[in-house]
Design a protein around this ligand. Structure first.
Ligand code: E4P
Length: 232
């Protein structure tokens, strides 16, 4: 499973990219607005930090303007993935951009029927929003299961299922169990995935016991620390 980070905050991206666990980035107009920075500049900067796909969303709603915006965004860097909404004009734009060799992420997917259309339009990714479905009393993960099952029935479908609107590690676990290709997670969710109280407690115990030995693994010979104390 691939991990994308769902943010336009360049500081967060730099920090998390350093973990080596980030495969790509997704942004949306709301996330860009939060930064208060010029959109095109932000996209370019993110593309320089992360070599994987960086989703940048068009903001027009009619096909000709979406296409022009998509081409402009795609011209910013080779790893831009143009994001279009799941509307008739959005899918028309998806098809045109895909035919030109541009990666496209079809966003705001809330049903399996919509996901079938996105695949038909040749989308590189379809983004079902699980958290927003949960918010209205539906079960977002049921949609992931349906899409994964449908796509698996047609080997010619190359569209990847990109689980979006992720609210916590449990969403990631469930998405992974269902075989989703990608999860795009807010920075706080990626950080939360590292955490377990027993890991912290276990490490404290190991370090306390290690300190009692007075040993170090690295010595002056290695260019680090104190020489290891020889046992009698
Ligand atoms: C995905 O590409 C979207 O940017 C994002 O996951 C939306 O999440 P939200 O429902 O938390 O706004």
């Amino acid at each position: 499973m691939q991990f994308f980070i769902d943010t336009a905050d360049v500081g967060e991206i730099r920090d998390l990219a350093a973990t080596g666990l980030v495969d790509g980035i997704t942004t949306n107009p709301s996330l860009v607005a939060k930064t208060g920075r010029p959109f095109l500049e932000v996209v370019q900067e993110i593309c320089e930090i992360v070599p994987g796909p960086v989703s940048a969303e068009v903001t027009a709603t009619d096909h000709p303007t979406m296409l022009a915006e998509g081409r402009k965004l795609a011209g910013l860097a080779p790893n831009v993935c143009v994001k279009v909404p799941l509307t008739p004009d959005g899918l028309k734009t998806c098809k045109a951009l895909t035919d030109e060799g541009t990666q496209v992420n079809v966003t705001l997917c809330f049903s399996a029927a919509q996901a079938i259309l996105a695949a038909k339009a040749g989308a590189t990714y379809v983004s079902p929003f699980v958290g927003r479905l949960d918010d209205i009393g539906a079960v977002g993960m049921d949609l992931i299961g349906d899409i994964v099952e449908i796509y698996a029935a047609y080997p010619e479908i190359r569209t990847q299922v990109l689980v979006a609107s992720v609210r916590g590690p449990q969403h990631v676990i469930e998405a992974a169990k269902l075989g989703a290709d990608v999860a795009t997670v807010p920075p706080a969710v990626l950080r939360a995935m590292f955490k377990h109280p027993l890991t912290d407690k276990g490490l404290d115990g190991f370090l306390a016991d290690w300190a009692k030995t007075g040993q170090t693994i690295l010595s002056d010979e290695d260019g680090h620390g104190e020489p290891a104390r020889r046992s009698a």
